[in-house]
Design a protein around this ligand. Structure first.
Ligand code: DGL
Length: 266
């Protein structure tokens, strides 16, 4: 029997995790929720982020999720405890997997974490990195989520914004690795890498999507699922279905159809 895995983000960003999960855990049925009406989460207070995240988690459980992937660094940083306490299924966030991947590849290194303002203010990355012997400098990049949500993936404005953020960050540290501490950022990873090189940094870019998918594959141990079975998925959003189907298909690399609109309240 194929397990149902709930994947949640404020918008398109979690599709970067779903994109990695689909070929890795193939026999599963995925239900994805993009809380697009209430994004960005990254500029909101902890109490609001926790409320939105709990409502989203409960929605996915009501639709049959047996395992929950919080494919949002902001919710993982600020609401893991509240989410875990509000549902009776296993919950996996994105921060631990990417920090583990960084430790494995660059033990005791200086790393730079790019994330939303709320994630940076929580210092969740600094704490988890320190526990694994990494020294993290955190840089808030609040303009990147709106640019990705706009589909401005390969756009001169996005490149310029990246140049400014990375120049500011690199004036304070010389990282061996750059951790993408927001699930929206893998969509602009090539631009981040190119900008780093332009600025003279050889830092490796590590994203949370791949690391999280690998961790989930290990954690849920889908032993009873035939690895040849195709994964299936259903997406839900709290705002425009049309926009999500159009941009989502681009981000997921396959058609995103049959998206359903849901109302989680204000
Ligand atoms: N994708 C979310 C994250 O990983 C952030 C999006 C937002 O600010 O809503 O942090």
């Amino acid at each position: 029997m194929a397990p149902t895995i709930g994947v949640f983000d404020s918008g398109f960003g979690g599709l970067t995790v779903l994109r990695e999960l689909l070929p890795l855990v193939r026999g599963a049925h995925y239900i994805y929720l993009g809380d697009t009406a209430r994004l960005p989460y990254g500029s909101k207070s902890q109490i609001t982020i926790a409320r939105y995240a709990v409502e989203s988690a409960r929605f996915l459980v009501s639709r049959g999720a047996e395992h929950l992937v919080i494919a949002c660094n902001t919710a993982s940083a600020l609401a893991m405890r509240e989410i875990s306490e509000s549902v009776a299924i296993p919950v996996t966030g994105v921060i631990e997997p990417v920090v583990c991947a960084a430790e494995h590849r660059h033990p005791n290194a200086d790393v730079l974490v790019l994330a939303t303002s709320a994630t940076v203010q929580s210092h969740a990355y600094q704490v988890q990195c320190a526990a694994r012997g990494l020294h993290a400098t955190e840089k808030a990049c609040p303009l990147l989520v709106p640019l990705v949500e706009e589909g401005w993936i390969d756009h001169s404005v996005t490149r310029e914004v990246l140049r400014i953020y990375l120049q500011e960050a690199l004036s304070t540290c010389s990282p061996e690795a750059v951790l993408l501490g927001c699930t929206h950022y893998p969509l602009i990873a090539p631009a981040i890498e190119a900008t780093l090189r332009d600025l003279g940094s050889q830092a490796e870019v590590i994203d949370s999507a791949r690391a999280t998918a690998i961790a989930i594959e290990r954690t849920i141990r889908l032993s009873g699922v035939a690895s040849t079975a195709e994964a299936s998925f259903q997406c839900f959003v709290t705002d425009s279905v049309e926009k999500f189907e159009q941009l989502g298909s681009r981000f997921l690399g396959r058609p995103v159809g049959g998206v359903q609109l849901v109302d989680l309240g204000g």
